[in-house]
Design a binder for this molecule. Sequence first.
Ligand code: PLP
Ligand code: ZN
Length: 388
Amino acid sequence: MHLTHLACTACAKEHDAAVPQNVCTACGKPLFAHYDLVAAAKTLTKESLRSREKSLWRYREVLPVKNAADVVTLGEGWTPLLPAPRLGAQHGLSRLFFKDEAQNPTASFKARGMTAAVSMAKQYGLKKLAAPSAGNAAGALAAYAARAGMEAHLFMPRDTPKANIIECEQMGAFVTLINGLITDCGAEVAKRKVAEGWFDVSTLKEPYRAEGKKTLGYELAEQLNWTLPDVILYPTGGGTGLVGMWKAFDEMERMGWIDSKRPRMFSVQAEGCQPIVRAFHAGEKFAAEHLGAHTRASGLRVPKAIGDFIMLDALRKSGGGALAVSDDQMISGTKEVGSAEGIFVAPEGAGCYAALKMLLAANQVQPDETVVLFNTSTGLKYLECYGG
Ligand SMILES: *Cc1c(COP(=O)(O)O)cnc(C)c1O
Ligand SMILES: [Zn+2]
């Protein structure tokens, strides 16, 4: 509501938020939304939030959409922060939580980004949206585009989990399967979008998906009574949620809601696709493409991310890190979580649990710390991984 402008995350060049934008016109890096936070904080208060709707639109003052009539919603966000006492006790942790993002529309946290991006597309009067996707982003875009009466043109790797492909088709999207990775799908969108009149809503090549995903940070703070966890483990592909949360923490501090203490943020990737992990440990500012990427955790199959430098910077400033887990660890971790806590996590969510065990073994997490694992989707969308 109090959006003022967009600015480049690399060169700071300002861009007009009154018209659709993709990346920085000067340097090609992602744009971030900026708000009048003084104005926002007048009506968005901790008290006012108590009576607001149980969706991410409860934070509307710090979301980009101007008029409520343009909000395209399926009831996304405000997912539970589930305590995991039994699993925690197994590992000597007294405050372990899952942020259960499976409880979003389309059963993944991609709904957060797409509600914001499609609402802004509606505000701009756009009709045809396109995106490459490893699976869940496509499902979410298909749903929100249908909800808004727009076309969704989706490009996915041929070996994307079946559930994602079927859900897109049933939401009336135009689906193209590509023999390749998400990067190849992105190249196809880039090649065709001008001629086809599509607006590209690729991760961080569109400024508002990150705004939807930043609400993860607001929700964590609100659900923990305006404190932040000590440790966050985030299964990382394009990194929108990671950089979004980091941005949210900054906004909340500037509105006087939290202090400058930040969680240690850990990026969790798959052994077969770990560009951020490699770059983190090599001390690089940018992450080289992970060649020959492979993992069954499709959300993590992102060999090259345009927001790599923003992620790496946040991980380092937070005092966190980056670690890779194997597909076997993810698959077996699913049953450990499920049998202890009754949550059928996606492989990506199980990856965070596997990574937590590695951090505990390395003495990087202490028993009394508040630890949040992100379960970003549901195992039900990945039955192939579990013998289905
Ligand atoms: C997309 C996705 C991720 C990665 O999210 P980013 O914000 O792009 O890093 C993780 N898990 C699942 C299930 C996903 O669909
Ligand atoms: Zn720039």
